[in-house]
Design a protein around this ligand. Sequence first.
Ligand code: ADP
Length: 258
Amino acid sequence: TREALTHSQKMEAIGQLTGGIAHDFNNLLMAVMGSLELMRKRLPDDPKLHTFLENALQGARRGATLTQRMLAFARRQDLVQEAIDIPALVRGMTDLLQRSLGPTINIQTQFPLVMAPAFADFNQLEMALLNLAMNARDAMPKGGEVIISAREETITENNRLRLPPADYVCLSVQDAGTGMDAETLRRASEPFFTTKGAGKGTGLGLPMVHGLTEQCGGRFVLQSAVGKGTTAEVWLPVAKPKLPGVEKALQIMQTRTD
Ligand code: ADP
């Protein structure tokens, strides 16, 4: 559609701009951090001076983390779409997720016993899930539960998601956090939109998730209520089996042994 095209063109331009700025900033910050490290070795034994230096270093490190996230966003490679076992992807990430979210967050997962693979880019889907989980954490400063679940759904004509009728997998990340008001919800997936304040948010998390989902032929949906929490849904097409003949034969064998 026309809207999707302008969105991806916008993303492309922003990606290039961000990449340029982030690259220069990254170099500057590396120089700052290097000089501060050198200074630390020669600093006289005054605790105040050491505290000032540590603060400066911490600020520079935070800046470097942000610019590196921007670089990662700008460097978005072409999609490598393949059949992805979503429950396996999530299980493979639970350690990383738990470490990233911290001890106050309890991660729950809910998957059906059997589920069709989704057609998407593995690495980028991992990134998307990490982004969604970190947003869920940020929405619950006192801690709480993040529920990661997946389900399969056959989508028919004239659906609310405006998706072509087909089979889809829905990966969802749910929190019981602050939620978003109507204006925030409307703007949440805009590049650089953030309510998290200087040095904390980049406003690049949800645009990444939105862009990936659309590129995979799916849909990104946010539902939110202030004070209640947020559910982020990543709808992805089900991967068509590569060898339909073999699949069919396996199915027939299955029904015979049943
Ligand atoms: P960032 O996290 O860097 O702010 P994002 O693009 O990931 O950038 O999110 C944009 C904004 O959307 C956030 O600043 C926040 O206001 C809102 N948001 C995203 N996820 C949630 C959530 N789970 N709960 C409440 N607000 C959220």
